[in-house]
Design a protein around this ligand. Structure first.
Ligand SMILES: [Zn+2]
Length: 343
């Protein structure tokens, strides 16, 4: 609005200047380059600048009064929501990822982007949302005032959209993990089927969240399909492998085993992206202890966020709504859908 207002002022001032009235009456006219006034209405705008400056001053003034009001309150509450746990694991650092070109993370498959410092870890959870387990994971994370990245399965998102919305509402990053957890490197997987799995998965997450997901993706079973990887380059989707696997999905995985697997491995490699599953009860049960162990071990949590969101493809949004008979709200204006062509 301010720019539009400024432009409007610019036009008015220029028009007045052309008429030759303002130029000679303004006390600041001598400072303006006289020869360009008519030709370049955007250049000599002392009046507009003055108004704009006033606008800035007002903004600054209201900002400083707000800051003054904020400084009266405890600093922690002004900066971020207070954490009830003074000994919480917390979040040491938030990083923003520019997903242009489809970067890859996690040393098991992608060794280029080594952005974590020693003792820094990223928590990631796949295969949700799922009743019981996902809320338990959310509670454990909230108790430690820490954040993670979630890679939900599209189908699960359509079964339990309210749980996925809780994940987003708690401030976590939400990407995607295909529509049905298909192995994108499977023998019968065609390029079209792989694209459908990917895009329908993102559309399902968007439907559940009511907003675009983060352009973050993890291949099911870490089966990286080269064609899909190339496709992500054009879709600007970041791919996530991991640095260490909790193996919480294995038969016989217990909370103790999950904690020991993660701690043994992280102590060995010193940092990394940890792969877990909010779908798994063993992880849901292990997490309170695991987060305490990470804290005791001096590890710091890094939260990964995306610089921009992923725009889902409308044809997949529509196909999903049709397949699932999901309630949907068309984002297109009536005039772009229905037009009178004869009367
Ligand atoms: Zn998975």
């Amino acid at each position: 609005m301010r720019n539009a207002f400024g432009l409007m002022l610019a036009s008015i001032v220029a028009a007045v200047a052309i008429a030759g009235v303002w130029y000679w009456t303004s006390p600041r006219a001598d400072a303006a380059p006289s020869q360009t006034m008519a030709a370049k209405p955007a250049t000599p705008l002392p009046a507009a600048q003055k108004l704009a400056a006033k606008d800035d001053v007002e903004t600054t003034a209201s900002l400083s009064s707000r800051l003054a009001a904020m400084s009266a309150a405890p600093a922690a509450t002004a900066a971020k929501p207070a954490c009830a746990n003074p000994d919480a694991l917390g979040v040491a650092r938030v990083v923003e990822v520019d997903t242009t070109g489809g970067p890859g993370f996690g040393f098991e498959h992608f060794k280029q982007l080594d952005f974590l410092e020693p003792k820094e870890v990223v928590l990631t959870f796949d295969d949700g949302p799922w009743p019981g387990n996902t809320p338990a994971v959310l509670k454990a994370l909230a108790d430690e005032c820490t954040k993670a990245v979630f890679f939900p399965i599209g189908k699960h998102a359509t079964y339990h959209p309210e749980i996925l919305r809780q994940v987003l509402a708690a401030g976590h990053t939400v990407g995607s993990h295909t529509w049905s957890h298909a192995n994108l490197n499977g023998k019968k997987m065609t390029d079209q089927m792989a694209k459908d799995e990917v895009e329908k998965g993102f559309s399902a997450v968007k439907w559940a969240l009511g907003t675009n997901p983060s352009p973050f993706f993890r291949f099911p079973q870490l089966e990286h399909n080269p064609q899909v990887m190339e496709y992500f380059g054009t879709r600007n989707v970041a791919m996530f492998s991991c640095d260490l696997d909790s193996f919480d999905f294995r038969k016989g995985a217990t909370p103790d085993k999950v904690v020991n697997t993660v701690m043994t491995r992280v102590d060995k490699i010193g940092k990394g992206i940890i792969l877990m599953h909010d779908f798994q009860k063993s992880t849901a049960d292990a997490l309170p202890v695991l987060l305490r162990r990470l804290k005791a071990g001096g590890y710091k949590i890094v939260q990964m966020k995306a610089k921009s969101t992923l725009s889902t493809l409308p044809e997949y949004d529509e196909a999903l709504a049709k397949d699932m008979k999901l309630p949907t709200v068309s984002s297109r204006p009536v005039s772009s859908v229905v037009q009178t062509v004869a009367q």
